[in-house]
Ligand binder design. Sequence first.
Ligand code: ASP
Length: 307
Amino acid sequence: MKKYTLAIHGGAGAIPPTVPEDQKILYFEALEKILKYGNKLLKKGETALNTVELVVNKFEDCPLFNCGKGSVFTFDGGHSMDASIMDGKNRQCGAVTGITRIQHPVSLAKDVMSNSKYVFLNGKGAEEFAKELGYKFKNKKYFDTVKRYEQWRLVQGSDKTSLDHNAEFAAAPKGTVGAVALDIYGDLAAATSTGGMTNKKWDRIGDSPVIGAGTFADNSTCAVSCTGEGEEFIKNVIAFDIHALMMYKGLSLKDASEYVTHKVLKKGIGGLIAVDKEGNFSLPYNTLGMYRGVATSKGIFEVKIWE
Ligand code: ASP
């Protein structure tokens, strides 16, 4: 049997282990369901690129995670979503930012890659492009969820922006999402989708749609999707840094991803998921927890939030 590996994340900075059992179960069940779905796709021969898109679509429809339907509120009470995708086979990539009415921003990012001559589209223009492609637009209310609203109300009107893992949001649902995969053809791909940070202002853009910072894939080394304080991931070009350590210094996936997570990033900033062309995986983080899961052709199937 040809080998494959899928890793997923639902955001760094998870609920604390002390939350009631029924809340934990919700997250474990959602992660397991999504991982099972992606595992099946790879097993039956779906490409890494399509798999990471389809897996992220499932997250985008799940209100527990900070992307698509579960996106956090912006400073002015709206939602502004970012996403990106990269094909390790040829370094083709696509990204969108400031999306307000598209159910699956990562699919729009994939269309930017496949159906335009550009890599990165923003807000109004990105949605005009979507319209030309025949995308259906959601009513803005579709993206409102009670938990996210309550989370935003805690800081509404203030200058505070926040990642989910800040203590004051401990009770709220969380999670930028991502998926990375090696398919049975030996190709790698990565995708990331997010609602960004609660109460973000001035059309702030994080790392998730920035190729090299939040997402990167190259068949010669690895596929990476990041989560955490976007500004730090952009400054340190985190996803590309892992590729560079492997490419130019010959580090293993594990050593490169752990070095970047624990030595380059400060504690409490975030985490990432990564796979290499051999099917090895690494899911390091330096926050309290990170929603994550991995499935491989060798029969590994696990979902974790904390250690
Ligand atoms: N990285 C995302 C951002 O900065 C947030 C997250 O991963 O939770 O927009």
